[in-house]
Write a new protein. Structure first.
Length: 263
C-alpha cells in the first residue's frame, strides 16, 4: 500500500521534494494543498499527484509535510489541527520552528524536522533530519522521501538543525553572494560579462568537486593553490587584514540568533 502524504505548501522546496520522490519511487501517494490553488494543480500535473482545494481533504493522510514559511506556522497550525488525525506524523522543513513548538501547535507525537538546502532543487542537495518519537520504519520512510534530492544526515537535536540551517541551508546564499561580487568585479576589470559569469560558475563547481574527491582538508587545498609571493597569497592577506573570518563568524551568529527567534 502506498504511503499517503499530505503536502502543505507547493513552492520551490515542497515541489522539489514531491517531484524528486515521484520520479524515484511509486511508494508515495501525494495529496497537495496550497492557498494558491494554481500551485498545487501545476505540481500535481507534473508529479502525477492529487491537488486538493480544501485542507480538510488531507485528513486521509498518514504523514504531513509542512513546506510553508515559518512565519505562517501559527495560522497553519490553527487550521490543520482541526483535521489532524490522532496518529498523524509531521515532516517539517520550516526553518527555525522547534519540534516542541510543532508538537504543541498540532498535538502530534511523532515528527521529523528536516532542513534541506537549495541545491535540492536540482537533486544535488544536503538535508539534516532530527526525529522525535518515530519508529525505525517511519524514519526510513522519511529518509526515502528526501534521498532522491539530497544526501541525508541524521542529527540529534533541534539546535543541530538550527546550526545546519544557518551554515548549510543559508550557506548557498553566502556562496551566491560571493559569486555575484566576483562576477561584478571581473567584469569591471575588463572581462566580458558572459565570460566572467561562466567561469565563476565553473570555478565554484570544480572547487566543490575537488573538495568532495580529495582527502585533503579545505585548508590544505587552499595552501596547495597559494604560491609564496603569488596572486592568491596577495588576496588572502587582504582577507586576513580585513578580518574575513570574523565577518563570517559574526554573520553566522546573526543568522543563528534569527533562527532562535523564529522558533
Amino acid at each position: 500500500m502506498r504511503t499517503k502524504i499530505g503536502v502543505l505548501g507547493c513552492g520551490n522546496m515542497g515541489g522539489a521534494i514531491v517531484s524528486g520522490a515521484s520520479r524515484k519511487t511509486k511508494d508515495f501517494e501525494f495529496h497537495l494543498y496550497d492557498p494558491l490553488a494554481e500551485k498545487s494543480k501545476k505540481l500535481a500535473k507534473e508529479a502525477k499527484a492529487n491537488a486538493r482545494v480544501k485542507m480538510a481533504e488531507l485528513k486521509i493522510c498518514e504523514y504531513f509535510l509542512l513546506a510553508v514559511k515559518p512565519q505562517s506556522f501559527a495560522e497553519l497550525a490553527g487550521q490543520l489541527k482541526l483535521y489532524f488525525p490522532a496518529d498523524g506524523k509531521i515532516i517539517s522543513i520550516m526553518a527555525g520552528i522547534a519540534s516542541s513548538k510543532i508538537r504543541e501547535g498540532l498535538g502530534c507525537k511523532k515528527l521529523a524536522r528536516v532542513m534541506p538546502n537549495t541545491p535540492c532543487l536540482i537533486g544535488e542537495g544536503a538535508a539534516a533530519v532530527y526525529f522525535v518519537g518515530m519508529s525505525d520504519a517511519e524514519q526510513k520512510m522519511v529518509q526515502s522521501l528526501f534521498a532522491p534530492i539530497a544526501q541525508v544526515h541524521f542529527v540529534d537535536s533541534d539546535d543541530a538543525v538550527d546550526i545546519v540551517t544557518i551554515g548549510i541551508a543559508s550557506g548557498s546564499g553566502y556562496l551566491f553572494e560571493i559569486a555575484r561580487i566576483l562576477i561584478k568585479k571581473l567584469t569591471a576589470m575588463g572581462l566580458k560579462r558572459e565570460t566572467a559569469d561562466a567561469m565563476v560558475k565553473e570555478m565554484l563547481k570544480g572547487s566543490a568537486a575537488l573538495m568532495q574527491k580529495s582527502t585533503r582538508s579545505p585548508e590544505a587545498l587552499r595552501n596547495q593553490v597559494t604560491s609564496k609571493g603569488g596572486t592568491t597569497e596577495a588576496a588572502l592577506k587582504v582577507f586576513q587584514q580585513k578580518g574575513l573570518q570574523k565577518i563570517l563568524e559574526e554573520a553566522l551568529d546573526a543568522a543563528y540568533q534569527r533562527a532562535k527567534k523564529l522558533g
